[in-house]
Design a protein around this ligand. Structure first.
Ligand code: ASP
Ligand code: MG
Length: 412
C-alpha cells in the first residue's frame, strides 16, 4: 500500500459540494488501504478576495500582515474537508502549516521552505488518520506566519511528499494532465502519459501553467514522482518523473510551448568593443527588468547590433532605458516590437538526435513563417516569430514532430 500526498487546488474545493466530492475520493483511497496526506488550497477566488480586502484598507500593507490575512483561506478548507471526511467515517485531522512545523525563511509573501518535521504527520498516519494540511503557508523561526507565493500549495504538497518519502505526490486540478501543447490552439493535442522533470520545467517556464514552477524544481531535486490529474474525471493523468533510461523509444520532441508575453528590443550600431554587452544590459537589470533571449550580431565596421526580449509589461520601460544607453554609447538607433511570440519545442530526446533544428526550421519555412531570433538549450529550441503566425506555427510543429499520434507504449 502506498503513501500518497494529494493536493487539491482552489477549483477542486471551490464549493462545499466539491469539498464533499474530494472527501469521497480521499476516503476511497483510504478504504483501498493507502495512507493519505491531503494538501488543499483556499476555495477558488478566496485568496484574491482577501487581497482585495487588504487593498481597501491601504495600498501597501506590510507583508507580515498580508501573510496573516491570506493564510486564512486555506485554514477554512482544511477544516471543512476534515469534517466531510469524518462524516464519511474516515478519521481525519486538519493542520495549519505551522502546526506541522513547515519551517520557512522570513521572506513574507514569498517564503522558502527550510525544514519540515514530519513526526506529527507520521503519528496520525500510523493511527490510520488522513492528515489534511493547509497549503501555501508555513512559519519562520520566530513563529510568524509566512506564505510561499501564489500557487504555493503545489510546493507545500511536494515538500511534504519529499519529507515523508511518499510514493507519489498527486496534484488534482481542473485539467486532466500535461498536454503536448495547448489544446485550445491545436485540437489534436494529446495528454502525455509521462514527461521528465526537466521537460516539465521548460514547458512550465514557457507558459504551460499547470503547475507552479518551484514545485517542479523541488520535485526534481528530491526525486518525488509527481502526477497531475483531474479532480473531476477519472484517468491516470501525467506522471512527471526522472528520465526513463530503459524506455525503448523516447520521443524526440515531447511538447510545444509558446508564449505571447514577450517583446523584442534592438539597439543597432553599437561600438563593437569589450564591455558593450555589459553597458547595455546592466542598466536594464538595474531597472529590475528581466531579460530572456539575447542575440548579438557579428560586428561589421566595428559596429554591432544587440537584440533581446523582455516581458511585454516591461517593454515601455526597457525601451526608455535603452534609449538612454544608446545616447551614452553613441549607438545608431533603438527599435522595438511588442507583437512577437516565442515558440519552443521541448524534449530530452533531442540530446541523442541530430537534425531536430533543421526539421523545425523546415516546418516553419514551409508555412512561410520568418524566424526573427533563435535560442537553444540541450533539450529545447526556441524561436521568436511574428505574433500573428503563432497558432499556425504551433500547429505545423505539432504535426511535424508527430505529436498528434499515439505514443509508443513504454510497457509494451
Ligand atoms: N491560495 C493560494 C493562491 O491562490 C495558494 C494556492 O492556491 O496554491 O495563490
Ligand atoms: Mg491555485
Amino acid at each position: 500500500m502506498a503513501l500518497l500526498v494529494q493536493k487539491y487546488g482552489g477549483t477542486s474545493v471551490g464549493t462545499t459540494e466539491r469539498i464533499e466530492a474530494v472527501a469521497d475520493k480521499v476516503s476511497r483511497f483510504r478504504k483501498d488501504g493507502h495512507s493519505v496526506v491531503v494538501v488543499v488550497s483556499a476555495m477558488s477566488g478566496e485568496t484574491n478576495r482577501l487581497i482585495g480586502l487588504a487593498s481597501d484598507i491601504m495600498e501597501e500593507p506590510t507583508p507580515r500582515e498580508m501573510d496573516v490575512l491570506v493564510s486564512t483561506g486555506e485554514q477554512v478548507t482544511i477544516a471543512l474537508l476534515s469534517m466531510a471526511l469524518q462524516k464519511r467515517g474516515c478519521d481525519a485531522r486538519s493542520y495549519t502549516g505551522s502546526q506541522v512545523r513547515i519551517l520557512t525563511d522570513s521572506s513574507h509573501t514569498k517564503a522558502r521552505i527550510k525544514q519540515i518535521d514530519e513526526q506529527r504527520m507520521r503519528e496520525d498516519l500510523d493511527a490510520g488518520r488522513v492528515v489534511v494540511v493547509a497549503g501555501f503557508q508555513g512559519m519562520d523561526d520566530n513563529g510568524n506566519i509566512t506564505t510561499l507565493g501564489r500557487g504555493g500549495s503545489d510546493t507545500t504538497a511536494v515538500a511534504l511528499a519529499a519529507a515523508l518519502k511518499a510514493d507519489e505526490c498527486q496534484i488534482y486540478t481542473d485539467v486532466d494532465g500535461v498536454y503536448t501543447t495547448d489544446p485550445r490552439v491545436v485540437d489534436t493535442a494529446r495528454r502525455l502519459d509521462r514527461i521528465t522533470f526537466e521537460e516539465m520545467l521548460e514547458m512550465a517556464s514557457l507558459g504551460s501553467k499547470v503547475l507552479q514552477i518551484r514545485a517542479v524544481e523541488f520535485a526534481g531535486k528530491y526525486n518525488v514522482p509527481l502526477r497531475v490529474l483531474s479532480s473531476f474525471q477519472e484517468g491516470g493523468g501525467t506522471l512527471i518523473t526522472l528520465e526513463d533510461e530503459n524506455a525503448m523509444e523516447q520521443p524526440v520532441v515531447s511538447g510545444i510551448a509558446f508564449n505571447r508575453d514577450e517583446a523584442k528590443l534592438t539597439i543597432a550600431g553599437v561600438p563593437d568593443t569589450p564591455g558593450s554587452a555589459l553597458r547595455i544590459l546592466k542598466p536594464v537589470s538595474d531597472a529590475n527588468i528581466e531579460v530572456d533571449m539575447i542575440v548579438q550580431n557579428v560586428g561589421e565596421d566595428n559596429r554591432t547590433a544587440f537584440t533581446f526580449t523582455v516581458h511585454r509589461n516591461d517593454f515601455k520601460r526597457a525601451k526608455e532605458v535603452l534609449q538612454r544607453v544608446a545616447d551614452e554609447l553613441g549607438a545608431r538607433e533603438v527599435a522595438g516590437d511588442g507583437k512577437i511570440a516565442k515558440v519552443s519545442i521541448v524534449g530530452v530526446g533531442m540530446r541523442s538526435h541530430a537534425g531536430v533544428a533543421t526539421q523545425m526550421f523546415e516546418s516553419l519555412s514551409n508555412e512561410g513563417i520568418n524566424i526573427q531570433m533563435i535560442s537553444t538549450s540541450e533539450i529545447k529550441i526556441s524561436v521568436v516569430i511574428d505574433e500573428k503566425y503563432l497558432e499556425l506555427a504551433v500547429r505545423a510543429l505539432h504535426s511535424t514532430f508527430e505529436l498528434d499520434k499515439a505514443a509508443v507504449s513504454e510497457e509494451a
